[in-house]
Design a protein around this ligand. Structure first.
Ligand SMILES: [Zn+2]
Length: 395
């Protein structure tokens, strides 16, 4: 990564929502972007730079996935199946899955909950350059209640004392985020509610107060509107899924600056067979009209949104889904780049193509402002200035 490289010829879509820029170049100096501008002017400041000709290609910031689960990404099964898996093997799978994100143009991930401290450990392995992978922020296990949502995998807390001990232990292991399961979904039989409250506002408020006190941030799994309201009352930073978010609550989120990560593509994908039986497939279909309405409301009311795949989704399907619900492809691209960086509080370093930022970049073969499918036409990726060819990755 030593030395300067001048990327020329590409159409630059810088992640800030403005028009694409032709006839401009990007100068990389080691792991940083040291200039963006007219090729002749930049070329003069760096006469010895290696030239990389990207004519006919498109240059965007690295994509940011703020809701991933590296330990079981696109792995068939139920929470109980995952809980029975060998944790050492799951760690290897997690490393492979995280590395595979680079081949999808994803240079930063938030791991939204895993077995034990698997996500945190993989984060540190990448930080320590043991493997080349995406930048990671991690939750450890989510917090649920005894017998509650994803209790097979997550920590069960039922009192203020228990939640204090659980969050304190996470702080000691340096998690980036604390996550609570605010709602529960069963999908067992006809006539059951689609979603209901799982964890009380009081317990979440305690978890978030401790986390914020230590400079950590807080997220919730929340499907029914009541669970979203509880999480907002408890002081949450990001709402995950928000499937049944109604308009008054969306207005409240917009006013408070609380993020929504819809993970639309994962919920749509749940209508297909992921080895979970017919219940979850039926449940996926039941939730879809609510989810579509919620995303439309969030978009029209100005709720900040970012891209999350969850277990089963992917970037192209998410972009297509959001586009079908009224977002422009330019808004979709900002959502998957700058917005993700803002949600993770790292917008000073990544998320846009600007001088001084880290060189997390994607080179696409087709125009992402023309069709959502272009988001998967990855030619190569820069992670922190290191050029990565998807076909060279050990996945
Ligand atoms: Zn999730």
């Amino acid at each position: 990564m030593k030395g300067q490289r001048l990327l020329i010829g590409a159409t630059i879509i810088d992640g800030r929502g403005g028009p694409p820029r032709l006839d401009e170049a990007v100068l990389l100096d080691g792991h940083k972007i040291s200039g963006v501008g007219r090729r002749d002017l930049l070329g003069r400041t760096a006469p010895d730079a290696d030239i990389l000709d990207l004519s006919g290609l498109y240059l965007t910031p690295g994509f940011i996935n703020v809701h991933e689960h590296v330990f079981n990404k696109r792995q068939k099964g139920t929470a109980a199946d995952y809980a029975r898996a060998n944790p050492d093997i799951q760690k290897f799978l997690g490393i492979r899955n995280a590395i595979s994100s680079l081949s999808e143009g994803i240079t930063t991930i938030r791991d939204a909950g895993s077995m034990g401290y698997l996500g945190v450990d993989i984060r540190d392995a990448f930080k320590g350059d043991i493997f080349v992978g995406p930048r990671i922020q991690a939750v450890s296990q989510g917090l649920t209640v005894t017998g509650g949502y994803v209790h097979q995998l997550f920590l069960e807390v039922d009192s203020i004392v228990e939640v204090r001990k659980a969050v304190g232990a996470m702080i000691k292991r340096n998690v980036d985020w604390v996550k609570c399961m605010a709602s529960i979904e069963w999908s067992r039989a006809e006539g059951e509610p689609i979603s209901a409250v799982n964890m009380s506002m009081e317990i979440m408020r305690e978890a978030f107060a401790i986390a914020h006190h230590h400079g950590k941030r807080c997220m919730v799994h929340a499907v029914c509107n009541e669970s979203i309201e509880n999480a907002l009352n408890a002081g949450v930073d990001t709402i995950e899924h928000g499937v049944m978010l109604d308009e008054p609550t969306a207005e409240r989120m917009a006013r408070a600056g609380v993020w929504l990560v819809p993970t639309l593509s994962s919920f749509r994908e749940k209508c297909n067979d992921w080895g979970r039986g017919p219940g979850p497939m039926r449940h996926g279909a039941l939730m879809r009209p609510y989810h579509d309405k919620s995303v439309r409301a969030a978009h029209s009311l100005g709720v900040k949104m970012a891209y999350g795949s969850d277990n089963f989704g992917n970037l192209v399907d998410e972009m297509r889904g959001l586009y079908e619900l009224g977002l422009s492809l330019s808004e979709c691209l900002v959502l998957a780049t700058r917005n993700g960086a803002e949600l993770l509080n790292i917008a000073d370093r990544v998320g846009t193509i600007e001088e001084g930022k880290l060189a997390d970049l994607v080179v696409l073969g087709s125009n992402p402002l023309s069709a959502p499918e272009a988001f998967s036409d990855i030619r190569f990726v820069f992670r922190d200035g290191r050029r990565i060819n998807p076909t060279d990755l050990p996945i």
